[in-house]
Ligand binder design. Structure first.
Ligand SMILES: *Cc1c(COP(=O)(O)O)cnc(C)c1O
Length: 423
């Protein structure tokens, strides 16, 4: 058992396992009866109170929630029975913004409460989107230093500027290797006793409860928007998934009473979860590179949380969650078809979600899939597939004006350790 503070400040448990909430509080029926009249921030505060209300003073919690959610996440119709929940209206146009911003503020709250002037070092490995959301979420936050490890030459230029041009308390580390090497360096650092004596280290990947749980806010608000339109009675929620943090948060919402009928986890060619649903066996694989690269995960870290949430009961899991898996060719075809039929521009991740609903929605159901990235973040791919020239939003262009600053690092842990010990 651990306090929330410990789970947030340490990230990973002592046995290297993931922290889980000890109990999941249900929200009262009156909340759901009235939910369509509440704002995103009001809804999120109620949800945050159920998760964190015992551990954080209410005024502070309210401020954390309201500061975190200074943006919208609208549900938009794509076809008659399929809607999209646009999760890309945050500061870096990534759904990961909500968790990153929330975690930064919560961590700062705990550090202030401790009041011993201690400093926390946040390590984050990224293949692109996580790094930008975390760097921007933590930018300028006192007492926290952030180290973003990313694979050299493997992130898009737009993504790279979102964490290499910020300066202040954000340091970008360019690793001569692939994403798995970055992740291995971060994991090795958490395991290293000498380093942990030298400095306070925590993770801002979705293994940290404060990073993934706030994503539940999105799903309550999606439900509220659908209910307002009288479309929530048989609502199916579809989440394009990689590390399964996002869908895991949605499932926590469901466990708190959110009346979503069932869920679909949409995969690209990395079909580990899909295969688990079919066979009951979880077999991690090396990740395969695909068009939807933020979902190129061969051993999803939040699978353990989902397994635990349903006590390993395969039947319980398959009766609530279905899976789907799509090749790059299918993703391209879906993007083209959706654009031709509806004019909606899908990005490759959202395309998996849309197609999964087309394939799996039953009569009478209404489907909502997450559009997890703004298509402009994958402009080259999207323009090439759809023969378009989509506009890059102002916010993204701003990042591209700064100068790149990063530290070069080999993929050897000894080098990374030496660097951290020198801090
Ligand atoms: C991170 C990410 C995903 C996968 O989310 P998980 O929580 O890891 O399942 C999907 N799409 C995009 C664009 C992402 O950045």
């Amino acid at each position: 058992m651990a306090t929330l503070e410990k789970a947030v400040v340490k990230g990973l448990a002592e046995d290297k396992g993931l922290y889980m909430p000890e109990q999941i509080n249900k929200l009262p029926q009156s909340f759901f009866d009235n939910i369509e009249h509440l704002s995103f921030q009001e809804i999120a505060y109620n949800v945050a109170y159920a998760f964190f209300g015992d551990d954080v003073e209410l005024d502070a919690l309210k401020k954390i929630v309201y500061d975190t959610l200074a943006f919208d996440c609208p549900v938009v119709p794509v076809s008659d029975d399929i809607y999209t929940l646009e999760l890309f209206h945050g500061p870096t146009l990534a759904f990961k913004d909500v968790g990153a911003r929330f975690m930064a503020r919560l961590l700062q709250y705990f550090l202030k409460k401790e009041g011993n002037g201690s400093e926390v070092n946040v390590l984050v490995a990224t293949s692109g989107d996580t790094g930008s959301a975390v760097a921007n979420g933590f930018l300028g936050v006192d007492g926290i230093k952030v180290y973003v490890l990313y694979p050299k030459g493997k992130v898009s230029p737009i993504q790279e500027c979102q964490f290499t041009t910020l300066g202040k308390n954000i340091t970008a580390i360019e690793v001569d290797g692939v994403f798995d090497d970055c992740q291995a360096l971060v994991k090795a650092a958490f395991m290293d006793e000498e380093l942990n004596k030298h400095m306070k280290l925590t993770s801002a990947n979705s293994i940290n409860v404060a990073r993934f749980l706030p994503q539940a806010f999105y799903y309550f608000y999606a439900y509220a928007q659908m209910k307002k339109q009288g479309k929530a009675d048989q609502m199916v929620m579809c989440v394009p998934s990689g590390n399964f943090g996002n869908i895991c948060a949605a499932l926590f919402g469901h466990a708190m009473g959110l009346p979503i009928k069932r869920f679909v986890a949409a995969n690209n060619a990395n079909d580990i979860f899909y295969n688990y649903l079919q066979t009951g066996e979880y077999r991690p694989q090396p990740s395969k590179a695909t068009l939807a690269n933020a979902m190129d995960v061969g051993d999803p870290s939040n699978f353990a949380r989902i397994y635990d949430l349903y006590k390993g009961d395969h039947k319980a899991i398959t009766s609530l969650i279905s899976g789907a898996t799509y090749s790059d060719d299918q993703i391209r075809q879906t993007m083209r078809q959706c654009f031709a039929e509806t004019k909606y521009v899908l990005d490759p991740h959202g395309a998996c979600g849309y197609q999964a609903l087309k394939d799996l929605l039953q009569p009478g159901e209404v489907g909502v899939f997450c559009e997890t990235a703004h298509p402009a973040k994958f402009k080259e791919k999207v323009d090439d597939i759809l023969q378009t020239d989509i506009e890059i939003p102002q916010r993204l262009q701003e990042f591209m004006k700064g100068t790149k600053q990063s530290i070069s690092m080999s993929k050897e842990f000894a080098d990374f350790k030496k660097f951290l010990l020198s801090l």
